[in-house]
Design a protein around this ligand. Sequence first.
Ligand code: PLP
Length: 364
Amino acid sequence: MNNPYLLLTPGPLSTSATVREVMMKDWCTWDDDYNQGVVQPIRRQLVRLATARPGYTSVLMQGSGTAGVESVLGSAIPAEGKLLVLSNGAYGRRMGDIARCLGLSLATVDVADTEPLSAELLTRALAADPAISHVAFVHCETTTGILNPLAELCQAAKAAGKTLIVDAMSSFGGVPMDVGDLAIDFLISSANKCIQGVPGFCFIIAREASMRQCEGRARSVSLDLFDQWQCMEQQGGKWRFTSPTHVVRAFAQALTELELEGGVAARHHRYQSNQRALVDGMARLGCEPLVARDWQSPIITVFAAPTSPDYDFKRFYIGLKEQGYVIYPGKVSAVDCFRIGTIGEVYQADVAGLLAAIENVIYW
Ligand SMILES: *Cc1c(COP(=O)(O)O)cnc(C)c1O
């Protein structure tokens, strides 16, 4: 059961055959084999991955990563609260869209896609508007692969006494962080990114005290974070509504494989090696990354498209796909570019294979 091509994308990404294999069995959503045997261990493992500090909990939620963001924004902010969203890419701006759709009181600070967010910017925005109660931003902005300065941003939000929401969708499990040390109130990630599971649900790691405050605040029934958490807490891992059982079982296997690899530090090291090999190889082909080295994450890299009139993304994409590699189109507004992910079941040999494939279809 091999894949016809490798996904060099930010998720869904290439998973191991062993992760895919465990989906060959059916599970009953209310049976102990599933809830106590699969869901509860996952919830505990996620908390252990997130922090060594006490007082944290986790909850799994149906839907793609965006559902997790919507669940947190819709459940954490009280009617009298106000949310500040800092953005420097499509995923940050999507948080603003969600807040507007939910009718939340909202302030936004939007930075250019190719620039990182900064603590100074956050501190200034908070000083300008004392009504702000909650702060949200993206850690690894997958639009560009920029790794925003997490520690500085968290510190600035906490120094001002704000509740902190971090979209760590494409970094959690692949970039070391301690959610407790950072004092993050709600961290959101999903099954199909650095944990290397298959798509179908997302998860939230939260400070228990902050989670308790969500009671009665939700603006949606199916995305009610507090209700989902209470059900899982009180009924031994039970989801309120049909859960993606096969996907959850695959995620349990993916967590085991993360541990076998040596944990987040080892995975981070592999992603970094992949990304360095990619950038070095692309430089040899005359193609430079768009993001400055200081801000570049090991997750995904944007390359400016060749300026040659012969270049056409679709043709380039198909040429690579025929050789077994799928890359990603660019998402930076106003710049013609493409993206290559270096996460998932991807190793140095795969990056070398990709570079050889690029050389075969190069027309610039
Ligand atoms: C993947 C991703 C999301 C969620 O996207 P979905 O398509 O809903 O899974 C949100 N934020 C970031 C930073 C992401 O990389």
